[in-house]
Design a protein around this ligand. Structure first.
Ligand code: FPP
Length: 263
């Protein structure tokens, strides 16, 4: 009897989520969603599992969220998979994290191709082990003609480093007469960043209760809406994605100006 009640409740929750998910599509959907996927280690610890078990579970969530984002009509999904600071973690954990893109793409690339997803990467590829870089390059190549969701992995990415590298390129172009100093503005500077052909994120989600940016897209997130949840990344599901987008749809984005009725 208790089991039947539980089953009924679960079905009810899932039907509710389906309805809310469909409803979302009638309103403004973020064009670019960025996610700081945090809490894998804590998820594993709670289950007395090694930290890497949390990363593995987190990888499965990447697949589910990619599918949902695609169904919603989100154009770009940027996922913070490995930061320039993550090299400080124990060697074994780093090695495991470096194998995940291979495992993910090795398993799901056919599905991504079928779903018209275009895989991309932003980050410093040169420092990645060749097996990681090759798996990503292969996926980028195989999906480059796709024009559906852009699945953009931030891998060995750090925003301060990105900005400094951009500055160096700007200086070079000014010295070589390619760019006039007087033409340097926010728009031209954006063209030197790794996101040069992407719009800024409309919405940033961070899981696991941490309320900070951790060197993620500092320039690009200047006017984005932020949504934080205590839910750990491996537990993140359709329900939370709906909540985040519902919250986004309820926000008024003024980009420093006034709402139209106020002007
Ligand atoms: C932060 O959690 C998470 C990471 C550093 C890695 C994120 C990677 C994935 C979710 C898998 C990526 C999948 C692909 C396909 C590349 P944490 O380890 O800092 O968690 P904690 O704060 O609880 O310790």
């Amino acid at each position: 009897m208790l089991n039947k009640l539980k089953q009924w409740k679960r079905r009810q929750v899932s039907e509710d989520a389906d309805e809310r998910f469909q409803e979302l599509k009638k309103h403004r959907i973020p064009e670019h969603l960025a996610i700081i996927m945090d809490g894998n280690g804590r998820w594993a610890k709670k289950r007395a599992l090694p930290r890497v078990a949390g990363h593995h579970e987190g990888m499965k969530v990447v697949r589910r969220v990619t599918k949902l984002a695609n169904q919603l009509g989100i154009k770009t999904l940027t996922l913070y998979a490995f930061s320039t600071e993550n090299w400080k973690r124990p060697k074994m954990e780093v090695e495991y994290l470096m194998k995940l893109p291979e495992e993910f793409l090795g398993t799901f690339l056919p599905e991504l191709i079928e779903e018209n997803v275009q895989v991309r990467m932003m980050g410093y590829e040169e420092a990645l082990p060749s097996h990681t870089a090759n798996a990503v390059k292969k996926a980028i190549h195989k999906t480059k003609e796709n024009d559906g969701l852009i699945l953009n992995f931030a891998l060995n990415y750090g925003s301060r480093f990105e900005i400094i590298e951009a500055m160096k390129d700007v200086l070079k172009d000014v010295q070589n007469g390619i760019l006039e100093e007087s033409h340097l503005n926010e728009e031209t500077f954006s063209q030197y960043l790794m996101t040069k052909d992407l719009p800024d994120p409309d919405l940033l989600i961070r899981t696991s209760g941490e309320i900070r940016l951790s060197n993620f897209m500092l320039w690009q997130l200047a006017y984005s809406e932020f949504w934080f949840t205590d839910v750990l990344w491996p537990d993140f599901n359709k329900e939370q994605l709906i909540e985040a987008i519902e919250a986004f749809q309820g926000r008024s984005r003024r980009f420093g100006g006034l709402q139209s009725e106020e002007s």
